[in-house]
Design a protein around this ligand. Structure first.
Ligand code: HEC
Length: 182
C-alpha cells in the first residue's frame, strides 16, 4: 500500500514537473513571438525611407563588426597570433598552404570569394554537411588554435555576414568545390 502511494506520488510529481516544464517552454516561445511582434510594430511605424536607412544601418554595423573579427587574432579565443586575414587576406588567399595541427600534411588555402555561396556543404573534419558559421569555427580551431565562437550569437552572425559578403554577385552552388588562390 505504501509502495503504491509512493509510486502515485512520484507519478504526480513527475507529471507536475513535466507540465510546468512544457508550460515554461511554451511561454518562452511566446516571449520570442511577442518580441518579434514588437519589432514588427516599431518597423511598421516608420516611414519607407526610415525603414530603408534603419535596415541599412543594421546591415552595415554587422558587416563592420564582422570585418573587425576577421582581422582580429583573438577571435574565437585564437592563441597563435593568426587572424582570418593572415591566410585569407581581404577574403582572398595567400596562395600558400596551412599546416594541419598534429599531422604531417598541409592543405592549400582557398580564397573566400564565392565560398559562402557553396555552403552548407560537406567538410571532412566534421564528416557532415555544415553551415558557414561552423566552417568559420573549423578555421578558428584548426588554424588559430582557438575555441571558435558560440554559434547563433551576434558575433558569429557578424563574422558570417562579412564572409558571406565576399560572395556578393557570385554564383550560388550549394556543395560546390573550394576555389583555390585568387
Ligand atoms: C592558417 C591559415 C588559415 C586561417 C588563419 C584561417 N583559415 Fe580559413 N581556411 C584555411 C584552409 C587551409 C582552408 C581549407 C580547409 C577546409 O576546407 O577544410 C580554409 C577554408 C575556409 C573556408 C571554406 C572555404 C570553402 O570554399 O569551402 C572558410 C569560409 C574560411 N576558411 C573562413 C575562415 C575564417 C572566417 C577565418 C578566421 C576566423 C579563417 N578562415 C582562418 C586556412 C586558414
Amino acid at each position: 500500500m505504501k509502495r503504491k502511494s509512493n509510486l502515485f506520488g512520484a507519478l504526480l510529481v513527475s507529471s507536475l514537473l513535466f507540465s510546468s516544464c512544457s508550460m515554461m517552454v511554451k511561454m518562452m516561445g511566446m516571449e520570442d513571438l511577442m518580441s518579434a511582434m514588437e519589432n514588427m510594430d516599431k518597423m511598421m511605424a516608420r516611414s519607407a525611407s526610415e525603414k530603408r536607412s534603419y535596415v541599412k544601418s543594421k546591415q552595415s554595423a554587422a558587416l563592420a563588426t564582422g570585418e573587425k573579427l576577421f582581422n582580429d587574432p583573438l577571435t574565437g579565443e585564437g592563441t597563435n597570433g593568426l587572424s582570418c586575414n593572415s591566410c585569407h587576406p581581404s577574403g582572398t588567399s595567400t596562395g600558400g598552404e596551412a599546416q594541419i595541427p598534429m599531422r604531417e600534411y598541409k592543405i592549400p588555402i582557398p580564397s573566400l570569394v564565392g565560398a559562402s555561396s557553396s555552403f552548407p556543404k560537406y567538410k571532412i573534419p566534421n564528416d557532415a554537411v555544415i553551415t558557414l558559421q561552423q566552417m568559420n569555427n573549423n578555421c578558428m580551431r584548426m588554424f588559430m588554435s582557438g575555441k571558435g565562437l558560440d554559434l547563433n550569437t551576434p558575433e558569429a552572425w557578424s563574422l558570417e555576414t562579412y564572409v558571406a559578403s565576399l560572395s556578393n554577385g557570385e554564383t550560388v552552388q550549394v556543395g560546390g568545390m573550394m576555389s583555390q588562390s585568387q
